[in-house]
Design a protein around this ligand. Sequence first.
Ligand code: COA
Length: 259
Amino acid sequence: MSFETILTHLENGIFTITINRPDKLNALNQKVFEELNLAMDEVERNSDIRSVLITGAGAKSFVAGADITEFNSLTKQGAMDLSARGQATFARLEQSSKPVIAAVNGFALGGGCELAMSCHFRLASDNAKFGQPEVNLGLVPGYGGTQRLVQLIGKGKAMELLMTAGMLNAQEALSAGLVNYVTTPEELLPKAKELLQLINSKAPRAIAGCIKAANAVFDEKADGYAVEVAEFGNAFDTQDRVEGTTAFLEKRKAEFRNN
Ligand code: COA
Protein backbone atom coordinates (compact mmCIF):
# COMPACT_ATOMS: atom_id res chain seq x y z
CA MET A 1 0.00 0.00 0.00
CA SER A 2 1.31 3.43 -0.85
CA PHE A 3 0.34 6.61 0.99
CA GLU A 4 1.46 10.26 1.16
CA THR A 5 1.51 10.80 4.92
CA ILE A 6 1.87 7.35 6.47
CA LEU A 7 4.03 4.30 5.86
CA THR A 8 2.70 0.78 6.31
CA HIS A 9 4.60 -2.48 6.58
CA LEU A 10 3.37 -6.00 7.31
CA GLU A 11 5.81 -8.49 8.80
CA ASN A 12 5.15 -11.60 10.91
CA GLY A 13 1.49 -10.61 11.30
CA ILE A 14 2.39 -7.15 12.71
CA PHE A 15 1.14 -4.22 10.63
CA THR A 16 3.26 -1.17 11.41
CA ILE A 17 1.71 2.21 10.65
CA THR A 18 4.24 5.07 10.79
CA ILE A 19 2.93 8.63 10.73
CA ASN A 20 5.34 10.11 8.22
CA ARG A 21 5.55 13.90 8.23
CA PRO A 22 8.81 14.25 10.19
CA ASP A 23 9.47 17.85 9.00
CA LYS A 24 6.15 18.80 10.70
CA LEU A 25 6.81 16.56 13.72
CA ASN A 26 4.16 14.19 12.25
CA ALA A 27 1.29 16.63 12.88
CA LEU A 28 -2.07 15.14 11.97
CA ASN A 29 -3.60 16.89 8.96
CA GLN A 30 -6.76 15.71 7.23
CA LYS A 31 -4.75 13.60 4.78
CA VAL A 32 -3.27 11.65 7.69
CA PHE A 33 -6.77 10.93 9.00
CA GLU A 34 -7.96 9.86 5.54
CA GLU A 35 -4.99 7.52 5.20
CA LEU A 36 -5.29 6.17 8.76
CA ASN A 37 -8.86 5.20 7.90
CA LEU A 38 -7.69 3.44 4.74
CA ALA A 39 -5.02 1.63 6.75
CA MET A 40 -7.66 0.53 9.26
CA ASP A 41 -9.82 -0.74 6.37
CA GLU A 42 -6.85 -2.92 5.45
CA VAL A 43 -6.43 -4.07 9.08
CA GLU A 44 -10.07 -5.18 9.14
CA ARG A 45 -9.95 -6.81 5.68
CA ASN A 46 -6.59 -8.60 5.70
CA SER A 47 -6.54 -11.78 7.77
CA ASP A 48 -2.71 -11.87 7.59
CA ILE A 49 -2.72 -8.81 9.87
CA ARG A 50 -2.85 -10.04 13.46
CA SER A 51 -1.96 -6.83 15.28
CA VAL A 52 -1.08 -3.18 14.69
CA LEU A 53 1.85 -1.04 15.82
CA ILE A 54 1.59 2.73 15.50
CA THR A 55 4.65 4.97 15.66
CA GLY A 56 6.04 8.22 14.26
CA ALA A 57 8.82 8.86 11.73
CA GLY A 58 12.07 10.41 12.91
CA ALA A 59 13.83 10.56 16.25
CA LYS A 60 12.04 13.55 17.74
CA SER A 61 8.30 13.13 17.58
CA PHE A 62 5.55 10.54 17.69
CA VAL A 63 2.91 13.14 16.73
CA ALA A 64 3.04 16.80 17.85
CA GLY A 65 -0.70 17.29 17.58
CA ALA A 66 -3.36 18.17 15.09
CA ASP A 67 -1.98 20.25 12.22
CA ILE A 68 -2.52 23.78 13.55
CA THR A 69 -2.17 25.29 10.06
CA GLU A 70 -5.57 23.82 9.19
CA PHE A 71 -7.37 25.55 12.07
CA ASN A 72 -7.78 29.20 11.12
CA SER A 73 -9.95 28.63 8.05
CA LEU A 74 -12.50 26.62 10.04
CA THR A 75 -15.96 27.80 11.11
CA LYS A 76 -17.42 26.65 14.45
CA GLN A 77 -19.36 23.93 12.62
CA GLY A 78 -16.25 22.97 10.66
CA ALA A 79 -14.32 22.64 13.92
CA MET A 80 -17.02 20.43 15.41
CA ASP A 81 -17.01 18.25 12.27
CA LEU A 82 -13.20 17.99 12.46
CA SER A 83 -13.42 16.93 16.11
CA ALA A 84 -16.16 14.35 15.42
CA ARG A 85 -14.25 12.89 12.46
CA GLY A 86 -11.06 12.64 14.52
CA GLN A 87 -12.93 10.97 17.36
CA ALA A 88 -14.51 8.49 14.94
CA THR A 89 -11.12 7.56 13.49
CA PHE A 90 -9.57 7.04 16.92
CA ALA A 91 -12.61 5.02 18.03
CA ARG A 92 -11.81 2.61 15.19
CA LEU A 93 -8.38 2.00 16.74
CA GLU A 94 -9.80 1.61 20.24
CA GLN A 95 -12.54 -0.75 19.10
CA SER A 96 -10.38 -2.75 16.70
CA SER A 97 -10.78 -6.48 17.32
CA LYS A 98 -7.03 -6.79 16.62
CA PRO A 99 -4.57 -5.42 19.19
CA VAL A 100 -3.33 -1.88 18.45
CA ILE A 101 -0.39 -0.53 20.43
CA ALA A 102 1.52 2.74 20.25
CA ALA A 103 5.31 3.00 20.29
CA VAL A 104 5.75 6.63 21.35
CA ASN A 105 9.13 7.80 20.05
CA GLY A 106 9.13 11.46 21.14
CA PHE A 107 6.51 14.22 21.44
CA ALA A 108 2.95 12.92 21.89
CA LEU A 109 1.12 16.21 22.24
CA GLY A 110 -2.51 17.12 21.65
CA GLY A 111 -3.78 14.83 18.88
CA GLY A 112 -0.60 12.78 19.29
CA CYS A 113 -1.38 12.04 22.93
CA GLU A 114 -4.97 11.34 21.87
CA LEU A 115 -3.79 8.96 19.13
CA ALA A 116 -1.58 7.10 21.61
CA MET A 117 -4.38 6.94 24.18
CA SER A 118 -6.82 5.45 21.66
CA CYS A 119 -4.44 2.49 21.24
CA HIS A 120 -4.93 -0.52 23.52
CA PHE A 121 -1.70 0.22 25.37
CA ARG A 122 1.48 2.22 24.96
CA LEU A 123 5.26 1.98 25.21
CA ALA A 124 7.51 5.03 25.22
CA SER A 125 11.13 5.77 24.49
CA ASP A 126 12.93 7.67 27.22
CA ASN A 127 12.77 10.95 25.22
CA ALA A 128 8.93 10.84 24.98
CA LYS A 129 6.78 13.70 26.24
CA PHE A 130 3.02 13.52 26.70
CA GLY A 131 0.55 16.36 27.06
CA GLN A 132 -2.61 18.11 25.96
CA PRO A 133 -1.42 21.69 25.35
CA GLU A 134 -4.62 22.81 23.61
CA VAL A 135 -5.38 25.51 26.23
CA ASN A 136 -2.21 27.27 25.03
CA LEU A 137 -4.08 27.72 21.72
CA GLY A 138 -7.33 28.74 23.38
CA LEU A 139 -8.70 25.31 22.58
CA VAL A 140 -10.03 22.14 24.17
CA PRO A 141 -8.71 18.71 23.11
CA GLY A 142 -10.98 17.49 20.31
CA TYR A 143 -10.01 13.89 19.60
CA GLY A 144 -11.04 12.25 22.86
CA GLY A 145 -8.27 13.66 25.08
CA THR A 146 -10.52 14.94 27.86
CA GLN A 147 -12.11 11.50 28.14
CA ARG A 148 -9.24 9.06 27.72
CA LEU A 149 -6.73 11.03 29.82
CA VAL A 150 -9.16 10.88 32.76
CA GLN A 151 -9.72 7.15 32.13
CA LEU A 152 -6.01 6.38 31.98
CA ILE A 153 -4.42 8.54 34.68
CA GLY A 154 -7.38 9.58 36.88
CA LYS A 155 -9.34 12.79 37.11
CA GLY A 156 -7.08 14.86 39.36
CA LYS A 157 -3.85 14.45 37.40
CA ALA A 158 -5.72 14.69 34.08
CA MET A 159 -7.43 17.93 35.15
CA GLU A 160 -4.04 19.40 36.08
CA LEU A 161 -2.48 18.48 32.73
CA LEU A 162 -5.50 19.70 30.74
CA MET A 163 -5.61 23.04 32.57
CA THR A 164 -1.86 23.76 32.81
CA ALA A 165 -0.85 22.34 29.40
CA GLY A 166 1.86 20.57 31.36
CA MET A 167 3.80 17.63 29.97
CA LEU A 168 4.71 14.25 31.43
CA ASN A 169 8.11 12.84 30.58
CA ALA A 170 8.43 9.11 29.90
CA GLN A 171 9.14 8.13 33.51
CA GLU A 172 6.25 10.25 34.77
CA ALA A 173 3.99 8.68 32.14
CA LEU A 174 5.10 5.26 33.39
CA SER A 175 4.34 6.16 37.01
CA ALA A 176 0.96 7.59 35.99
CA GLY A 177 0.01 4.38 34.14
CA LEU A 178 -0.12 6.13 30.78
CA VAL A 179 2.56 3.83 29.34
CA ASN A 180 3.46 0.26 30.22
CA TYR A 181 7.19 0.35 29.41
CA VAL A 182 9.96 2.90 28.90
CA THR A 183 12.87 1.89 26.68
CA THR A 184 15.81 3.50 24.94
CA PRO A 185 14.91 4.83 21.47
CA GLU A 186 16.74 1.85 19.90
CA GLU A 187 14.85 -0.72 21.97
CA LEU A 188 11.39 0.79 21.43
CA LEU A 189 10.25 -1.00 18.26
CA PRO A 190 11.92 -4.34 19.14
CA LYS A 191 10.19 -4.31 22.56
CA ALA A 192 6.83 -3.40 20.99
CA LYS A 193 7.22 -6.17 18.41
CA GLU A 194 8.22 -8.70 21.09
CA LEU A 195 5.00 -7.94 22.98
CA LEU A 196 2.90 -8.17 19.82
CA GLN A 197 4.52 -11.51 18.85
CA LEU A 198 3.54 -12.83 22.27
CA ILE A 199 -0.04 -11.58 21.82
CA ASN A 200 -0.14 -12.95 18.26
CA SER A 201 0.69 -16.42 19.60
CA LYS A 202 -2.65 -16.49 21.50
CA ALA A 203 -6.09 -17.30 20.11
CA PRO A 204 -7.31 -14.26 18.09
CA ARG A 205 -10.97 -14.73 19.04
CA ALA A 206 -10.02 -14.74 22.72
CA ILE A 207 -7.91 -11.59 22.26
CA ALA A 208 -10.81 -9.87 20.49
CA GLY A 209 -13.11 -10.86 23.35
CA CYS A 210 -10.74 -9.38 25.95
CA ILE A 211 -10.57 -6.09 24.00
CA LYS A 212 -14.34 -5.86 23.65
CA ALA A 213 -15.08 -6.66 27.29
CA ALA A 214 -12.38 -4.32 28.67
CA ASN A 215 -13.62 -1.49 26.41
CA ALA A 216 -17.14 -2.05 27.73
CA VAL A 217 -16.02 -0.73 31.15
CA PHE A 218 -15.94 2.74 29.60
CA ASP A 219 -19.10 2.39 27.49
CA GLU A 220 -22.08 3.73 29.43
CA LYS A 221 -24.49 1.95 27.10
CA ALA A 222 -22.87 -1.46 27.64
CA ASP A 223 -23.16 -3.85 30.57
CA GLY A 224 -19.53 -4.96 30.81
CA TYR A 225 -20.34 -8.14 32.73
CA ALA A 226 -22.92 -9.10 30.11
CA VAL A 227 -20.38 -8.41 27.36
CA GLU A 228 -17.95 -10.68 29.21
CA VAL A 229 -20.53 -13.48 29.37
CA ALA A 230 -21.20 -13.16 25.64
CA GLU A 231 -17.48 -13.06 24.77
CA PHE A 232 -16.78 -16.05 27.05
CA GLY A 233 -19.43 -17.92 25.07
CA ASN A 234 -18.07 -16.78 21.71
CA ALA A 235 -14.54 -17.86 22.62
CA PHE A 236 -15.82 -21.11 24.10
CA ASP A 237 -17.45 -21.96 20.78
CA THR A 238 -14.17 -21.97 18.77
CA GLN A 239 -11.80 -24.70 17.65
CA ASP A 240 -9.01 -22.63 19.20
CA ARG A 241 -10.65 -23.07 22.63
CA VAL A 242 -10.80 -26.84 22.05
CA GLU A 243 -7.13 -26.75 20.99
CA GLY A 244 -6.12 -24.56 23.97
CA THR A 245 -7.79 -26.69 26.62
CA THR A 246 -6.71 -29.97 24.97
CA ALA A 247 -3.10 -28.80 24.66
CA PHE A 248 -3.07 -27.89 28.36
CA LEU A 249 -4.36 -31.34 29.33
CA GLU A 250 -1.86 -33.00 26.97
CA LYS A 251 0.96 -30.85 28.43
CA ARG A 252 1.94 -29.38 25.07
CA LYS A 253 1.97 -25.88 23.54
CA ALA A 254 -1.30 -24.91 21.86
CA GLU A 255 -1.27 -24.27 18.10
CA PHE A 256 -3.99 -21.71 17.49
CA ARG A 257 -5.42 -21.44 13.98
CA ASN A 258 -7.93 -18.62 14.34
CA ASN A 259 -10.85 -20.96 13.88
N1 COA B 1 0.83 21.57 13.63
C1 COA B 1 1.48 22.04 12.56
N2 COA B 1 2.81 22.12 12.48
C2 COA B 1 3.53 21.73 13.56
C3 COA B 1 2.91 21.24 14.71
C4 COA B 1 1.50 21.16 14.73
N3 COA B 1 0.83 20.67 15.80
N4 COA B 1 3.88 20.94 15.63
C5 COA B 1 5.06 21.23 15.03
N5 COA B 1 4.85 21.71 13.78
C6 COA B 1 5.86 22.15 12.80
C7 COA B 1 6.43 23.51 13.17
O1 COA B 1 5.58 24.56 12.74
C8 COA B 1 7.74 23.47 12.41
O2 COA B 1 7.48 23.69 11.04
P1 COA B 1 8.43 24.68 10.19
O3 COA B 1 9.79 24.05 10.24
O4 COA B 1 7.81 24.67 8.83
O5 COA B 1 8.37 26.00 10.89
C9 COA B 1 8.15 22.01 12.55
O6 COA B 1 6.96 21.28 12.83
C10 COA B 1 9.15 21.77 13.67
O7 COA B 1 8.58 22.26 14.87
P2 COA B 1 9.32 23.31 15.86
O8 COA B 1 8.26 24.02 16.63
O9 COA B 1 10.27 24.13 15.07
O10 COA B 1 10.12 22.30 16.79
P3 COA B 1 10.62 22.59 18.27
O11 COA B 1 11.57 21.48 18.61
O12 COA B 1 11.10 23.99 18.43
O13 COA B 1 9.30 22.44 19.19
C11 COA B 1 7.23 21.40 19.91
C12 COA B 1 8.65 21.21 19.30
C13 COA B 1 6.50 20.06 19.83
C14 COA B 1 7.37 21.83 21.37
C15 COA B 1 6.48 22.49 19.12
O14 COA B 1 6.56 22.16 17.73
C16 COA B 1 5.03 22.62 19.48
O15 COA B 1 4.70 23.19 20.52
N6 COA B 1 4.12 22.13 18.60
C17 COA B 1 2.70 22.27 18.77
C18 COA B 1 2.19 21.34 19.85
C19 COA B 1 0.71 21.55 20.06
O16 COA B 1 0.24 22.59 20.49
N7 COA B 1 -0.08 20.52 19.75
C20 COA B 1 -1.50 20.54 19.92
C21 COA B 1 -2.15 20.93 18.68
S1 COA B 1 -3.92 20.99 18.87
